[in-house]
Design a protein around this ligand. Structure first.
Ligand code: 13P
Ligand code: SF4
Length: 310
């Protein structure tokens, strides 16, 4: 379908149906352009909590649309494609997690928002990459912690907060793909560059970084730091917003291990969403995120605690 037609129709339907489009920074450029709001996971959860639109169209991945529904039981939450999963959420099966958790009965369970609603029901607290340190620091020193499902973020938090944690061994396929060797090669050619990395990256990448933070954190760092060249170790979709925010700065996507044809890493889950699928889901009001009230209420508890703390 023609892009101009799709854009016009999405805008028309949005107004007609009193819908709001929330999109993550990893969405493709067209979606970012048509969205009412783009942000990181925390900002999107807050936006979903505060919107007065009747319909939320969530262009991101499943756990994000699920969070929007958990926060808005009376609103219709639509999302473009069921296939938009996440390696972290998919790698933490509720049955296995229940068994894992049972081994540590006296631990506080902190889960990264990149997990299913069912895992959230088994959690004491949820966090995102933007507020993870704050959430961990809110837990009394004498309490032991389980952190799931991202072991890379968990290791980073252990170092930053000096708290011991039992880690679930999950990871993000995109952030684990960065090559330190190639990153050093690029840095050697651009010694004045600053390296900005998402904390889902592996420890050796984080050790090399000048700045570590969420997608919004990375954008703010690159906007405010006086350097002119930046190597960006996160999903490539962020470069769209960055190139608009800092058109004069040079942005180099961090190289991945495998792919020599593409210098950057793309999240295949995020990228299943297209403008056409966005249009169709708004037009047909499907797929719709539906959750049982029992599951929703239980999953809401740790999310509400997080929102109160951040
Ligand atoms: P943010 O918290 O920066 O939005 O990260 C979400 C995510 O999925 C990163 O891979
Ligand atoms: Fe999940 Fe990684 Fe994709 Fe983020 S980039 S949605 S953590 S697979």
């Amino acid at each position: 379908m023609d892009k101009t037609f799709l854009m016009q129709e999405i805008l028309r339907l949005k107004q007609e149906k009193n819908a709001v489009i929330l999109a993550h920074y990893y969405q493709n450029e067209d979606i970012q352009e048509i969205a009412d709001f783009i942000g990181d996971s925390l900002e999107l959860a807050k936006k979903a909590q505060n919107t007065d639109a009747a319909i939320i169209v969530f262009s991101g991945v499943l756990f994000m649309a699920e969070t929007a529904k958990i926060l808005n039981p009376n609103k219709k939450v639509l999302f473009p494609d069921w296939e938009a999963g996440c390696s972290l959420a998919d790698g933490c099966d509720p049955k296995d997690f229940k068994t894992f958790k049972a081994q540590y009965p006296d631990h506080v369970i902190v889960t990264y928002i990149n997990c299913s609603a069912e895992i959230k029901t088994m959690s004491d607290l949820v966090c995102t990459s933007a507020n993870a340190k704050k959430i961990i620091n809110s837990i009394p020193e004498n309490k032991k912690i389980i952190f799931a499902p991202d072991q890379n973020l968990g290791k980073y938090l252990q170092k930053e907060t000096q708290r011991e944690m039992v880690l679930w061994k999950g990871s993000c396929v995109v952030h684990e793909a960065f090559s330190l060797e190639k990153l050093i090669e690029i840095y050697t050619k651009n010694p004045t560059a600053k390296i900005a990395a998402h904390p889902e990256s592996e420890t050796h990448i984080l050790k090399a970084a000048h700045y570590i933070g969420s997608t919004s954190g990375i954008i703010n760092f690159i906007k405010t730091d006086p350097s002119e060249i930046f190597i960006v170790a996160t999903e490539a979709g962020i470069l769209h917003e960055l190139s608009k925010a800092v058109p004069k700065k040079t942005l180099i996507p961090a190289p991945s291990k495998e792919d020599n044809t593409c210098a950057c890493s793309e999240c295949a889950f995020m990228k299943v969403n297209t403008l056409e699928k966005l249009y169709l889901c708004l037009k047909n009001e499907s797929p719709e995120m539906l959750l049982s009230e029992e599951l929703r209420k239980e999953a809401l508890k740790p999310i509400e605690k997080m929102l109160q703390l951040s």
